[in-house]
Design a protein. Sequence first.
Length: 314
Amino acid sequence: MTTRALIVGDRRKTGVREGVERALPFLRSRLSVVGIDLDERLDLSRAKADLVLVFGGDGSFLYVANRLQENAIPVLGVNFGRLGWLAEIQPEGLEEGIEAYVAGRFTVSERARLRCVHRFGRRVRDEGLALNDVVVGRRALGRMVELDVRIDGRGAITVAGDGLIVSTASGSTAHALAAGGPLVTPGMSAVVLVPICPHALGNRPLVLPLASRIEMVLHRDHRGEAAVVIDGREPRDLEPGEIVEVTDAHAPLRVVSVTGRSYFDLLREKLGWKARPEYRAPDPASGPDAPPRPPARSPRRPTRRPPGRPAGPA
């Protein structure tokens, strides 16, 4: 049965429209292309397909993940951005990647997402899904925000600084990493709390079970401007006393990989990790196939003659 594919992208991003046009003849020869959406016209939460091909960068990938909501269509990214962490196929490798997919040489991993709800008491002001992270922080340069953090209903920490990142395992290589958080392999059921420029040096990143319920409460006497940002989308203003609640969404995103690269391959390639130090190149003559060297001989000391004795035999 031919795979039904939906092509999604942002035509405003450099190269996306041209890339889709170039790829279409090949894609139509290998897949059943059921729709093309470069203008956000389709309701992806109701779309029916076997695969979503995202043309764009990691930001486009995150935006499509949000548009899908709880729709479980697997997603494969074609990178027209800079890093290409989530959008793993490079444009020049598209045909090879699709051939691998059609031949069944691919894997599908489930990436946990977070549900973010911010409310006053029981009145919900807004909510959304996050594949990478939820950030509560300041909007004005040079001002601090103060947050009381409750975990599973109990008071845990107070953060005074630029804000707090609540990250999934997938998002641990994004904003959380830049703020000093740990790397967490994507398959772990974990969530990471990373303070941003905390005023108290004792505030450190904290790893929690994914099932944790995290509430961040903006101090009622807070005077600066604060906002909540979900996966880098438009900030939503917060008022003193407002609560931002983050929980497991129980709606993982299904991410397709066709390159065969492991998580640690990505770390080495994208983040500049090295498998070993760059040692000096070995001497070819000292390799395992080199002929054995003769044992080293001590230099011969010259014979000392008594003064006045001629050289040669007596």
